[in-house]
Design a protein around this ligand. Structure first.
Ligand code: UDP
Length: 368
């Protein structure tokens, strides 16, 4: 029987260089997954847009024009590739280098690598990092699942359901963190936190509406993806005591976040996962989130945070009042049990082994 693939070529997100935050949570997920696999004896090489930084891991950076982010597009948006496409170049390099690897792991939420999958000579595994956003993307994701179900994985059940897919338990890989980089903070200050890309699908306006009523002050950290949106909502809620703290590297982010008495998550879309939720828990910070998407699978309602009826500002206001009731040790404990690098590494290895076994069984059934 074929051995589990150990030499892996990783395709990064083509919407931004790794380390800039333009790619969102998948940047941290990719980094942590690559780290844990290396630790466990796999050898990885990452293909990523020019300007990417990935400490300690082998990386080949690729010049070219970045892809547009899928979340800014309508459902009927056709597939587009710009001239001098970085994604096209990454796929071409993957084709040329494939004989040096056992498999490709694709993190690009984009049509091209899914479409090209049967054209590669080595298996392509897909880590799908967002929920359903466009019809064209849905089609290739669902087709990939039909062709080789075990080779496609998702963060969460609710995310897969947005594609109309219900998958067996082993085929979800919630994110994980190097918890040694996140300090537990037992005694927070009075500030609330909101962390994420500043973009409409993240629903920051609801957090501003809530703090306008409670009088709390809140710091916002994250990439300023839509400055006009930020200005518009700040003008809409002039009473909100909100400060923009910039986009911080993990070390500084966790230090600042740990001092906060709660993280507020107000996504308007089905968040595939929500790395910031587990980062907060790792620092001992309880999470108030809408009961929608990944955060609803992460937060232990009433223990490590509070899940609020989606889009309900009064619900947020009531949940903020509950923050002192949560034990910050429980938050850290949940992160240690469910979202450590080791826990994610186990899930990843199980995925690679299961997919490999399924391929071997298929080959046997075909008499190959
Ligand atoms: N982030 C960061 N510095 C900041 C704010 C955010 O590095 O100042 C990172 C954070 O660690 C997380 C990502 O931005 O990994 C946001 O990911 P999330 O999964 O929460 O949402 P997405 O952007 O993918 O929708």
């Amino acid at each position: 029987m074929a051995k589990t693939p150990r030499k892996l070529l990783v395709l990064s997100t083509p919407v931004g260089p790794l380390g800039t935050g333009l790619g969102g949570g998948v940047e941290l997920t990719l980094f942590n997954m690559a780290e844990v696999l290396e630790e466990r004896g796999y050898s990885l090489s990452v293909l990523a847009p020019e300007g990417s930084a990935l400490p300690r891991l082998e990386i080949q950076t690729v010049p070219g024009t970045l892809q547009d982010t899928a979340q800014s597009q309508g459902r009927q948006t056709p597939i587009t590739l710009p001239a001098n496409s970085v994604l096209g170049a990454m796929c071409e390099i993957a084709r040329q280098r494939q004989s040096q690897f056992d498999a490709i792991i694709n993190f690009a939420y984009d049509w091209l690598p899914f479409y090209l999958t049967p054209f590669f000579e080595i298996p392509v595994f897909h880590f799908v990092s967002m929920g359903s956003l466009t019809d064209a993307m849905d089609e290739v994701v669902v087709n990939a699942v039909k062709a080789t179900p075990e080779r496609v994985t998702f963060y969460t059940r609710t995310q897969a359901q947005t594609f109309g897919l219900n998958r067996p338990d082993g085929l979800y890989i919630p994110s994980g963190l190097d918890l040694s980089l996140y300090d537990f903070c037992a005694t927070p200050g009075s500030e609330l936190a909101w962390v994420g890309r500043i973009a409409p699908e993240k629903g920051l306006e609801d957090a501003l509406a809530a703090i306008s009523q409670t009088g709390d002050s809140m710091t916002v950290w994250g990439v300023m993806q839509c400055p006009e949106y930020w200005q518009e909502i700040c003008q809409r809620y002039p009473q909100a005591k909100v400060t923009y703290g910039g986009f911080l590297p993990t070390e500084a982010l966790q230090r600042a976040l740990g001092q906060c008495r709660g993280l507020i998550m107000t996504s308007k879309w089905v968040e595939a996962f929500g790395n910031v939720a587990i980062e907060a828990l790792a620092c001992g910070v309880p999470v108030v989130a809408y009961r929608r998407g990944g955060p609803a699978e992460i937060v232990r309602h009433g223990k490590t945070g509070w899940l609020v009826e989606p889009d309900s500002v009064p619900g947020l206001v009531a949940a903020i009042a509950k923050l002192p009731e949560f034990n910050r040790c429980d938050c850290r404990h949940q992160a240690e049990v469910e979202f450590s690098l080791a826990a994610m590494g186990d899930r990843l290895e199980q995925w690679l082994a299961t997919a490999n076994l399924a391929t071997a069984n298929l080959a046997t059934a075909k008499g190959e």
